[in-house]
Design a protein around this ligand. Structure first.
Ligand code: ADP
Ligand code: MG
Length: 221
């Protein structure tokens, strides 16, 4: 059995690779806080990345969005997982703004539509893939364009192929770094053409931060 299956299932003696992911209100609260805190505490770094190849607002945008999510923590953690994710998506659309607000909003809304209340690992992998498809459609974008998709897609592939959560986190971090030599062909950074080369994409970095926080929290629980 893979380590991640053990970490996700938490069924004690009866756990199996297909065991469903138990989510009580406390667990949901901890997952929300883990992801939100990671984004908020890296706001300056995200803003600095965006200042290099964009307009320098990504960290502040994301911080505003996730602070709004934290304000609704009690309400959100009482919801079932699909409703919680849809509520987070709606909040991000309303509060983050820029290009990333609607795109991350789409990601969370699509996850909420695709996931059952107690997903198996297979459910989670399928939902992640369909949420990425929704982001692609919304952004008219795909892998290789120096965006958040350059982290989301390889991370989803790693998770779907059975990598443990440490491996998924590592894939996400490496994928964010790998956006540095790319030339942006979507979003504001594409206006810079060749001059976008040499900088990590801010949305790729924020995606890797969220995935890292999620993986850390799921492994610890
Ligand atoms: P804005 O560019 O409007 O200021 P942000 O700075 O909040 O918005 O977010 C920028 C990030 O959004 C980029 O680093 C990139 O990862 C992502 N992004 C922008 N456009 C697209 C797109 N069409 N598809 C996927 N991701 C995109
Ligand atoms: Mg920006």
């Amino acid at each position: 059995m893979k380590r991640s299956d053990v970490a996700i299932s938490r069924d004690g003696a009866t756990r199996t690779p297909l065991a469903h992911f138990r989510l009580d209100a406390e667990r949901k609260r901890r997952l929300i806080v883990a992801v939100a805190d990671r984004v908020v505490s890296h706001a300056d770094e995200l803003t600095a990345l965006d200042a290099a190849i964009g307009d320098g607002d990504h960290g502040h945008n994301m911080k505003r969005g996730f602070e709004a999510v934290l304000q609704d923590l009690d309400l959100l953690s009482a919801m079932d997982l699909p409703e919680l994710l849809k509520a987070v998506g709606t909040k991000l659309v309303m509060k983050v703004g820029g290009a990333s607000g609607p795109l991350y909003g789409t990601l969370f809304l699509a996850l909420g539509k695709a996931l059952p209340a107690e997903p198996s690992r297979e459910d989670a992998a399928a939902a992640f893939a369909s949420a990425i498809a929704a982001v692609r459609a919304r952004g008219k974008s795909d892998a290789g364009q120096k965006t958040m998709l350059d982290v989301l897609i390889p991370s989803c592939e790693a998770f779907s192929s059975g990598d443990d959560l440490a491996g998924v986190k590592e894939t996400a971090a490496l994928a964010a770094d790998a956006t540095a030599p790319m030339r942006a062909t979507r979003g504001r950074a594409s206006f810079l053409g060749e001059r976008s080369i040499g900088h990590v994409d801010p949305g790729a970095r924020s995606s890797s931060l969220m995935i890292a926080a999620l993986c850390d929290e799921l492994r610890e629980a």
